[in-house]
Design a protein around this ligand. Structure first.
Ligand code: AMP
Length: 212
């Protein structure tokens, strides 16, 4: 499980974990973006909240995760952006028990306010596969394209400065308490997420290898 503020590198590290260890990632944020693009009932239901940077109701997210663990839990999982509230973390304990799936690691990517605003203001994301990069590392010929799938690299609409402020408020009030939650369970490992992606990944892969 990867925990941390918007821009802490959860998505980037989740993707590196998948490529290196072949552990599937599940990201409620990515699932909801896809649902909104497809215009499904779920997408329509969550659009207002995500557009304004608010968390969507716990029940929606918990149902998504329960389905995921039921269908794919046996192959392991990386949660990117789940849980984000105490009720979600409580529900996850039940889900994992019901599906007899242990949680090995809760990794908290610690970042400064400066890192967050710097990363979010330069972030580009592939509209097809979700690969995340920054304007400075993406080398473009004529248009911004994903190095993995050729999809368009675009700015996320919720990376806009005013929406980011709401996302940070949501993080501070609802997600921060998860640090204590997992600390008390003796599961939390904090990592300095201000460093470059490869240095952070070296720490994370060491933790995964030791937990395996
Ligand atoms: P992310 O891609 O993880 O930054 O998530 C984008 C948006 O999806 C968030 O701002 C929320 O509106 C919604 N979202 C993602 N994960 C959760 C979650 N665990 N709980 C509630 N809302 C979520």
């Amino acid at each position: 499980m990867l925990l941390g503020a918007p821009g802490s590198g959860k998505g980037t590290q989740a993707e590196m974990i998948t490529r290196h260890f072949h552990i599937p990632v599940t990201s409620p944020g990515a699932i909801l973006r896809r649902e909104m693009e497809l215009g499904t009932l779920l997408g329509i239901e969550v659009a207002e909240k995500t557009k304004h940077g608010e968390l969507v109701p716990d029940k929606i997210i918990i149902d998504l995760i329960e389905d995921y663990v039921r269908l794919h839990g046996a192959h392991g999982f990386v949660f990117d952006g789940f849980p984000r509230t105490i009720p979600q973390a409580d529900a996850l304990q039940g889900i994992l028990l019901r599906h007899r799936t242990p949680l090995d690691l809760a990794i908290w990517l610690d970042v400064s306010a400066e890192t967050i605003s710097d990363r979010i203001s330069h972030r580009l994301q592939c509209g097809s596969c979700g690969f995340t990069t920054s304007e400075s590392s993406a080398v473009f010929s004529e248009r911004a394209v994903c190095p993995y799938c050729d999809g368009p690299l675009v700015r996320r609409t919720d990376d806009d400065a005013s929406v980011l402020q709401t996302r940070l408020n949501e993080f501070n009030t609802k997600t921060q308490p998860l640090g204590d939650f997992y600390e008390k369970l003796g599961m939390l490992t904090k990592i300095d997420g201000n460093r470059d992606r490869d240095t952070v990944f070296a720490d994370i892969s060491g933790l995964i290898e030791r937990a395996a």
